[in-house]
Ligand binder design. Structure first.
Ligand SMILES: Cc1ncc(COP(=O)(O)O)c(C=O)c1O
Length: 386
């Protein structure tokens, strides 16, 4: 028997509490019982996002919410600025192009965060830009964008600001209204640690004005239909009922722990993972410590080692699933997720499995150095001592 552990940056482990909710007998989506849960869940998402804006729960993965933001906010031929620091920036570009938008791409080296001032320069030159899109946490590299600084800039231009916070939410603070973010995109399967299959978007007044004049075709993801249904605490189409019930409980768990403590836990887990990597002589993919997010740590695969083989051995032989690199850095990095329902011993387990796998691959290091470094971080920064 190989016991299985999931240490990816999504999907993330799900607590027993949430799984029990997910397994409850199904209720009908037009029943008052479900409407109550739907309304509660929406309110809790608003609290997590720190927003008074409308929040819509969509039955789709996060990419569906990215498509929703784009198809509802723009018209064919509109110019948009995509801040591209990795694979999910590339996805914003692809969706925008497919729906007939003209994309200005602000590209950075993978492993770097964007410089918000570069956005100002482009918006000053390109007066017709209708929207700016950026990731908060770029999951493919582990870099974290300063979307607060970006929001301060974009608010003074006609463009709306769309932020994909799918993997950053609940790992560190996110203040939708305070940071002037018009559309925030989130998903159920990352920091919330609910089952896969739900996404959500928050929509500001400025974004609604853009939505009113959008001419891109949409049906399933039509936010005007969603808004009409929201008034009845319903969705236009049959939603992922069980996932919503589960996510409602998952949100409770975050508030019961306390958001500040949730963020602290993620900071400590990230710190321990990074110290462990360093103790094993491994290099982090995001070079600037100030640009590293708290959801996932990307580590360069050492010279002479096959990154795909490394993740395969960890998964098959030791039962620990971590993520590899995506897109153009496939095989070149590994990514350890420390996001959601994850604690210090999950990190210890992942580091231990990494050490055993590296030993299998004849990489030279001091056995136990990674675990010792992680344990030291946990002893000195015990997030349980609240
Ligand atoms: C930052 C980011 N954006 C978008 C997505 C796409 O979400 P999904 O796979 O749920 O469609 C992901 C998923 O990994 C992500 O991490």
């Amino acid at each position: 028997m190989v016991k299985k552990y999931i240490m990816t940056p999504g999907p993330t482990p799900i607590s027993e509490d949430v799984l029990v909710e997910h397994g409850r007998p199904l209720m009908h989506h037009r029943s008052p019982e479900f409407s109550k849960i739907f309304s509660e869940t929406t309110d809790k998402l608003k609290k997590l996002l720190k927003t008074e804006n409308d929040v819509f729960i969509l039955t789709s993965s996060g990419t569906g919410a990215m498509e929703t933001a784009i198809t509802n906010s723009f018209s064919i031929g509109d110019k948009v600025l995509v801040v591209n620091i990795g694979n999910f920036g590339e996805r914003f570009k692809k969706i925008s192009s497919i729906f007939g938008l003209e994309v200005i791409s602000l590209d950075y080296e993978w492993g770097e965060a964007a410089d918000p001032e570069d956005i100002r320069k482009i918006l000053d030159e390109e007066k017709a830009v209708k929207g700016v899109m950026a990731q908060f946490s770029e999951t493919s590299t582990g870099a974290l964008n300063d979307v607060m600084a970006m929001g301060k800039i974009v608010k003074d231009y006609p463009a709306i600001f769309i932020v994909d916070a799918i993997s950053g939410l609940a790992a560190s603070d996110f203040d939708t209204d305070g940071w002037n973010i018009d559309i925030v995109i989130g998903g159920s399967q990352k920091g919330l640690s609910a089952p896969t299959g739900l996404a959500f978007v928050s929509i500001s007044g400025k974004a609604w004005k853009a939505i009113e004049i959008s001419d891109i075709s949409k049906f399933y993801f039509d936010l005007k239909a969603a808004k009409a249904s929201l008034q009845k605490n319903q969705t236009p189409w049959t939603p992922g009922i069980s996932i919503i019930v589960a996510m409602n409980r998952a949100l409770d768990l975050l508030f019961e722990e306390g958001l500040e403590d949730v963020f602290k836990r993620h900071r400590v887990l990230a710190m321990a993972t990074r110290e462990a990597a360093g103790a094993l002589g491994l290099e982090l993919f995001v070079a600037d410590p100030g640009q590293r997010g708290f959801s996932v740590t990307a580590i360069k695969v050492p010279e002479g080692i096959d990154g795909k083989e490394l993740t395969r051995i960890m998964r098959v032989k030791y039962g620990v699933t971590i993520a590899g690199g995506q897109g153009k850095i496939t095989g070149k990095i590994i990514r350890i997720g420390h996001l959601g329902y994850v604690g210090m011993f999950d990190v210890i387990t992942a580091i231990s499995a990494l050490e055993m796998t590296l030993a299998d691959l004849d990489y030279k290091f001091e056995t136990g150095a990674g675990i010792t470094a992680a344990q030291k971080v946990f002893s000195e920064n015990n997030y349980l001592d609240q």
